[in-house]
Design a binder for this molecule. Sequence first.
Ligand SMILES: [Zn+2]
Ligand SMILES: [Zn+2]
Length: 352
Amino acid sequence: MAFAYFEFSFYYLNLDGKPRSRFHKKGIVMSEGLKLEEAILHFENIHKISREEGQLAITLYPAIATSRAIAENIFPNTTSFVIQIPDDTAFEVKSLVDQRYTKWQTDRRRKQLALENKSNHFHSQTCPRCSSIVDLTGKPKTAMTYCPYCYVFFNQHGHVASNTSDYKICPKCRYFGRVSTYYDTAFYLYKNNKKKKFETVRCCETCARELFEEDFWKSLPFVIGAAPLLYDLYKAGIDRNPIFKGLAEANYQAHKYDVDKVRELFDIMLLRTGEHAGIYYNYGKAFLEASKALVRGGKSPFHPDVVPLRQKAIRELTRSLLLCSNYEPTIRLLQDNGEIEFVPQEVYEIDI
Ligand SMILES: [Zn+2]
Ligand SMILES: [Zn+2]
């Protein structure tokens, strides 16, 4: 008899993020898998789950057999589907599922390494916050580990860096910052008829500021629109973690490619946070983006204005990985920008 761990209600969502059914369905996290109404999704078939508030995007391994009810909700040309569950149960449901499918994945990895006589290469850590197993095989041991399932950093003693879970990579600008949901209001005039449109935007404080600065001027003639926007702008600036005070401003200068201000603000930031893989990542990304902007403007990548920016970028990104070798955003940024590797000859000799 399977033991029911946790019950929740859910809707399948369509590509526009709208529920596909009128009434919610019942889901259960069970010992062998995730039960979605009558369909069972076995943990070993799950490749990854990502969460944005109450939305869970579930990606399956390709070419697996799954029940018809689930298959019908998979988006065309993908192996993913999205369910909406109540915000207050989303963390728990995701953590329970994460714990189980990551166990399958690490067991599989361990067996594969055993077949190759490389069992001693296997290396993993359990996240102290969400209990997912983070596979660190092939990664050097570093002071910090990143949990890609609940976005926190923790050290070798299982101590979680304080309150960092709403600080993560912004889906809009890809900088590390405080990510929240904002309501963007746009006003349109159609032949004397005011039309109002609300959109939900999930982004960091810096992106919100840019959005609101733009929208504020746009809707200034309509007093009714300006008030909620002002309130949102105010909200964007409160409840910050004091350790990350100034991060939104530093990221704002990064968006504007102002490298002198970026250098000044991130150096101050690091005095406050101490070594931090996310801050090093932002610092490196800011210089990388500034150098790319110069190249887009017509300068050669070998131009004396460009090379030092790229060297600084590599230096900060290297620091990020020396502190936390599995920090995915830095690894991905380096992979996506393979062309910057022409500089680093000397970078390996830089004393960091
Ligand atoms: Zn975690
Ligand atoms: Zn952003």
